[in-house]
Design a protein around this ligand. Structure first.
Ligand SMILES: [Mg+2]
Length: 278
């Protein structure tokens, strides 16, 4: 078991850390690990790029398989994106994310494309995104000059069958290449916005937080740059640490673990460094 040293709070990715993929089967030992953290009274937050469930559905899905999670634990890209748009009074959107979330946007006071002139284009995970949708998005960018908001820029995601599916990062890259525009706003990981929201929610300095994720490139580089400690778990996207060859050595996570249960949450002592067992 790996002792993370002077950690007072945990920030956790969901898919690949708590659950395997979008089937939401718990990673072995993950429920017990989080129960242990909760029993010790240590603060924690889930920092999620999930854009296929509403915040309520996401929390309910995790609670249904045993995780002691409530909505106050969730810092999600969907809700952070909603806040970003509301702050800028951009209420009329072209939503290119999952169609099942259209009603969630409407309930939050937004008007979707087809009902009014568009003020912003919003990208999220959408397994049904078609070339026609991207053509429409390109027209909106070039003809109307609206801002583009990427709820996250993951190049791919794992579906219910653990199949890799192209994600908003791929669509955003295509639209940037086609439009010649590059000033797209990203809300979720790896952009800093959602990390700052999570730290603010915890009220604990970055240096005393451990960020745990199955994606060292999209999730942990930013966490490390902001001063957090980082743990890469091999229970999700990557079964070994070969992906680290894509990163400069100074961007490597502080520790690599088979799964969450490998991290000792029982001794978050006042001093000490994270073991490096890459
Ligand atoms: Mg993940």
């Amino acid at each position: 078991m790996i002792k993370p040293g002077a950690v007072r709070a945990y920030l956790l990715d969901i898919e690949g850390v708590l659950v395997r993929d979008k089937r939401y089967e718990p990673v072995p030992g993950a429920v017990q690990w989080l129960e242990g953290v909760e029993a010790q009274g240590l603060p924690w937050r889930l920092v999620s790029n999930n854009t296929t469930f509403t915040p309520r559905e996401l929390v309910d899905s995790l609670a249904a398989v045993g995780f002691p999670v409530t909505e106050q634990h969730l810092v999600g890209a969907l809700d952070a994106g909603r806040r970003w748009l509301v702050q800028r009074q951009l209420r009329r959107i072209l939503w290119l994310g999952h169609p099942r979330l259209a009603d969630w946007w409407r309930a939050a006071g937004f008007v979707l494309d087809g009902e009014a002139t568009v003020e912003a284009l919003v990208l999220g995970v959408n397994p049904r995104l078609a070339p026609d949708d991207l053509d429409r998005a390109l027209a909106v960018i070039l003809d109307e000059g609206v801002p583009v908001v990427c709820l996250h820029r993951n190049g791919f995601w794992l579906d219910e069958r653990s199949q890799r599916r192209l994600g908003p990062g791929a669509w955003a890259a295509a639209l940037e290449a086609a439009s010649g525009h590059s000033g797209f706003t990203t809300i979720g990981k790896p952009a800093e916005t959602i990390y700052h929201e999570a730290l603010k929610s915890l009220g604990i300095p970055a240096g005393e937080c451990l960020f745990i994720s199955d994606d060292p490139v999209a999730d942990l580089v930013t966490a490390g740059r902001l001063g957090m400690r980082t743990a890469f778990v091999l229970s999700g996207k990557y079964g070994d640490h070969g992906i680290l060859s894509r990163l400069a050595q100074e961007e490597w996570p502080d520790m690599v673990c088979t799964c969450l249960a490998d991290i000792d949450s029982n001794e978050p002592g006042p001093t000490g460094d994270i073991d490096s067992r890459c």
